[in-house]
Design a protein around this ligand. Structure first.
Ligand code: AGP
Length: 612
């Protein structure tokens, strides 16, 4: 989720790059940098200036030494491979080639080894530097005069997601841009052209934009742009006129960041799974994270809020697939009850921000008692990863809306990876079952996109029931934490009182609340426990409660009891939470939107809670 900008034209490019990066800082802010081609009578040199921290740090450096040139690229980073540092900041230079990149290269380890064997020396931990070396190598092979061709050949060796901009000293008038599974847009100007990861970065200069498609390469010069595919075949496509305002462009046209982030979930989950699953070997790989499976007797999960709900789903997954016992604790409670944990135990913390004070304190406590501490986090090198023995990162990208959405589903994806990994190693998950589950997991992102397509129906339901004073959310098994999450989402952004309950517990108390004014949202996908949930629904119906059911497409019975049925694609029960939560996020969003609350920054809440 890094920000990218490129300029080629007749103006000094550094101020244009910085202005664009300022508009992109919301995408990532752990380091920033620019590379500018400086050409004079002696030839062309690349000036690379980059540093860790916010864009203001880079601006301070540029005040002392501003590169001067008409062709340049700029980057603001959201770390995925390699912690935030000066060395890992983009652009990365290898030989005469400089590269900025947004995305994840899946085969980075094998490419790095191969390049090392060829004598290449690396100065960063990033996957991006590999691309720079590959292109420099190809450029050398071809005599150094065809950058576009060198980029094309290099990209043929790369597997994964990328949006890149490339400069070379032997090609002082051009930038080569390429895209696969990460966004990239070209802005067409008069005697100048722009490249950006997002429209807002270049909207002040042009509204004529050409969005690159998967596997396309653009040769960008001040006089024009040529696009071809990875086979070198020319592509002709007319640019579009963008009519968005600057503010809505930042949200890519969505009304709120939360709504944008709900839509980003298919991409975020894909990125989190990318390069970590193999159907052939029926296994899940956790980067370099060593769970010390053979020594692990018990796992304790600690987290807060939405991340705690992910932990509850994680317990279900890990216990079922690996048979290792799992406890789930609220981090805010954990430390104060003298937790029984020590050597041979694994503490798995979950945190989007990596900064939640309660979770951090729990990690420190467990580590001090001798437990192995692993975290699932979204923000690379934040406090919790730094306090842990190892970290498995979700690749959700920056989450701006206070109400967590894509961070949650990527946490579920990461926990599924952990459960498969453990299950294969404890021997409880057979090869056949693992490979079946992995195949289904890989189908989840497209099913998520399908569910987001139900937004108009959910908007109507939200309007119909959004005046209620209270909501009840019910779910069983691994859908019980989703009921909790649905209730939390509604509370956070619409300020309506809501409670999540295991459906079987309803008759032990909450049933007293049910009357004609009480909407009851029930998670009733097909699978184990479905019949029991249907009986619970009958109990609600008998008390005139209004039932909003999330059920499986094709379910003929649900319509006989539910007032509203949101029908979603089928999935194995292990994976259902990745889908069932989406309608609840949308329901909360639309209720809040009708109420006109401040959805992205709801009252009394903060994105990361750094006080205990
Ligand atoms: C979720 O919508 C909330 N914003 C909140 O519950 C959040 O999940 C919690 O504060 C934990 O944050 P973390 O994942 O950054 O640690």
């Amino acid at each position: 989720m890094c920000g990218i900008i490129g300029y080629v034209g007749e103006k000094e490019c550094t101020p244009i790059l910085i202005e664009g990066l300022r508009k992109l800082e919301y995408r990532g802010y752990d380091s920033a940098g620019v590379a500018v081609l400086e050409t004079d009578s002696q030839g062309t040199r690349t000036q690379v200036i980059r540093c860790r921290g916010k864009l203001s740090n880079l601006e301070n450096l540029l005040r002392k030494d501003q590169p001067s040139g008409l062709v340049g690229i700029g980057h603001t980073r959201w770390a995925t491979h390699g912690r935030p540092s000066d060395e890992n900041a983009h652009p990365h230079k290898a030989g005469q080639v400089s590269v900025i990149h947004n995305g994840i290269i899946e085969n980075h380890l094998s490419l790095r080894n191969q390049l090392r064997a060829d004598g290449r020396v690396f100065s960063s931990e990033t996957d991006t530097e590999i691309i720079a070396h590959l292109i420099d190598e190809e450029l050398k092979k071809s005599g150094g005069d065809n950058l576009r061709e060198a980029v094309r050949r290099a990209l043929k060796q790369v597997r994964g997601a990328y949006a890149i901009c490339v400069l070379a000293e032997s090609a002082p008038d051009q930038i080569i841009a390429a895209k696969n599974a990460s966004p990239l847009v070209l802005g067409l100007g008069d005697g100048e052209n722009f490249i950006a990861s997002d429209v807002p970065a270049i909207l002040a200069h042009t509204r004529k934009m050409l969005f690159l498609e998967e596997g396309e390469i653009a040769d960008v010069r001040k006089t024009g742009i040529e696009v071809c595919d990875l086979e070198g075949k020319r592509i002709e496509r007319a640019p579009k006129e963008i009519t968005w305002s600057a503010v809505s462009a930042e949200k890519e046209g969505y009304k709120h960041f939360m709504f944008k982030e709900i839509h980003e979930q298919a991409r975020a989950v894909t990125d989190t799974l990318r390069g970590r699953l193999s159907v052939e070997s029926a296994d899940a790989f956790l980067d370099d994270v060593d769970l010390a499976v053979a020594d692990t007797k018990k796992i304790t999960i600690v987290a807060c809020g939405t991340s705690w709900h992910a932990g509850l789903v994680g317990k279900f997954l890990i216990e079922q697939l690996s048979r290792i016992p799992v406890e789930v604790d609220l981090a805010s409670e954990y430390r104060y009850r003298e937790p029984i944990i020590g050597k041979g135990d694994l503490l798995l913390s979950i945190s989007q921000s990596g900064e939640t004070a309660d979770t951090l304190a729990a990690v420190k406590e467990a580590r001090q008692k001798g437990a192995r501490t692993i975290c699932i986090a979204n923000v690379v090198d934040s406090s919790i990863p730094r306090a842990s023995h190892a970290s498995l990162y979700t690749h959700a990208g920056p989450e701006i809306g206070v109400a967590s959405t894509k961070a949650f589903t990527t946490q579920l994806a990461a926990l599924t990876l952990v459960a498969i990994h453990l299950g294969r190693r404890t021997g409880h998950l057979s090869e056949a079952k693992a490979s079946e589950l992995i195949k289904e997991l890989l189908l989840i992102p497209s099913k998520m996109s399908d569910i987001v397509g139900l937004a108009p129906q959910i908007q109507v339901i939200a309007r119909r029931y959004g005046q209620a004073r209270d909501f009840l959310f019910l779910g069983r098994g691994n859908n019980y934490p989703i009921a909790l999450e649905g209730a939390l989402k509604l509370k956070e952004i619409s300020y309506i009182h809501a409670e999540g309950y295991p459906s079987g517990e309803m008759k032990h108390g909450p049933i007293a609340l049910i009357d004609v004014h009480m909407p009851v949202v029930v998670l009733a996908p097909k699978g184990p426990g479905y019949d029991k949930v249907m009986s619970n629904l009958a109990e609600v119906k008998a008390r005139e409660g209004k039932i909003i059911a999330v059920a499986t497409r094709g379910d003929k019975d649900i319509g006989t009891v539910a007032d509203e049925a949101i029908l979603i694609p089928d999935a194995p029960s292990f994976l259902q939470p990745l889908l069932t939560v989406l309608p609840l996020q949308l329901l909360a969003y639309y209720v809040a939107d009708f109420k006109g609350t401040d959805i992205d920054q709801p009252r009394n809440l903060a994105k990361s809670v750094t006080v205990e």
